[in-house]
Design a binder for this molecule. Structure first.
Ligand code: CP
Ligand code: NVA
Length: 307
């Protein structure tokens, strides 16, 4: 039997994603009620981190432990991915020790190597190319509020056309909604990903450069850091280029009154978003961050065929 992995958002069909959301909602209520739940008793998961993390590490480790399993955190210096050992060898090794592998790496090719060589499910915890667990969580967070009206939503991302945006576009290839990315020229999301999603004809995908035009009548305004992990030395140059895209009180005037502000976090407050916006009533960033736990629990149970 072939093993199911979560390497990209569209490894799940539309119906599987909607089932994930139902399951995540059930798990959220179980978790909040402190119910005992042990589907991963006697199971273990290797968590490979080549980059820093707060949410991904803690939500996966906490979630797997709550479900009765043992998650093992491996820091960048423990693994030496690509220097001490190859992704393919690690995937074969951990497939013998563990029931699941979670990995956060720089190169998406390393993730594809894990996928190719693992005989247990692999969960992508972010690469330079994408961040599927984040975007499935983000849409779950919107679904909690809007349920059946997802296809009417105008979701506007303002900032760098990075891994977060590539995942939004891949989601738009399976679930219908209106997606706009406002970014500076030269910082667009991956062109092949845009063509692929457009070829599916499911959603309308717009790439714009004018933030006021972009956020007009938005239901969701989403942003992320201007320099991702691995680009931090470019930050000063990027601040100059991206400043006109700051999400602040002037920009949000153009969205719907009840728009939701979202950010995958960590936020660099005062850069891509002001305190007034991220701390406002419209901001759901901590609900979104909490939902990483519940959505990932649903993903892990689904991959492990435990639903
Ligand atoms: N959003 C997110 O993945 O956060 P971390 O980098 O802290 O894991
Ligand atoms: N684009 C950011 C997301 C962090 C969760 C990064 O890759 O650093």
């Amino acid at each position: 039997m072939s093993v199911k992995h979560c390497i990209k958002v569209d490894d799940f069909s539309k119906n599987e994603i909607l089932d994930l959301f139902e399951l995540a909602a059930e798990l959220k209520s179980k978790y909040r009620n402190k119910e005992s739940y042990q589907p991963f008793k006697d199971h273990s998961m290797a968590m490979i981190f080549a980059k820093p993390s707060a949410r991904t590490r803690v939500s996966f480790e906490t979630g797997f432990a709550w479900m009765g399993g043992h998650a093992i955190y491996l820091a960048p210096q423990d693994i030496g991915l690509g220097t001490r050992e190859s992704a393919g060898d690690l995937a074969q090794l951990f497939s013998r020790y563990n029931d699941m592998i979670m990995a956060r790496v720089y190169s998406h090719n390393d993730m594809l190597e894990f996928e190719k060589h693992a005989t247990v499910p692999v969960v992508n915890g972010l690469t330079d190319y994408n961040h599927p667990c984040q975007i499935l969580t983000d849409m779950f967070t919107i679904w909690e509020q809007k349920k059946d009206n997802l296809s009417d939503l105008k979701i506007v991302y303002v900032g760098d056309g990075n891994n977060i945006v590539n995942s939004w576009i891949r989601l738009a290839s399976v679930l219908p909604f209106e997606f706009t990315c406002v970014c500076p020229e030269g910082y667009e999301p991956d062109a092949e990903t845009i063509s692929y999603a457009n070829s599916k004809n499911i959603s309308s995908i717009n790439i714009l450069h004018d933030p006021i035009q972009g956020v007009k009548d938005a239901d969701v305004i989403y942003t992320d850091v201007w320099a991702s992990m691995g680009q931090k030395e470019e930050v000063n140059e990027r601040v100059k280029i991206f400043s006109p895209l700051q999400v602040n009180n002037n920009l949000i005037q153009h969205a719907k009154n009840d728009y939701m502000f979202m950010h995958c976090l960590p936020a660099e407050r005062g850069r891509e978003v002001t305190d007034q916006v991220i701390d406002s009533q419209n901001s759901i960033v901590f609900e979104q961050a909490e939902n990483r736990l519940h959505t990932q629990n649903a993903i892990m149970l689904t991959l492990a065929n435990k639903v």
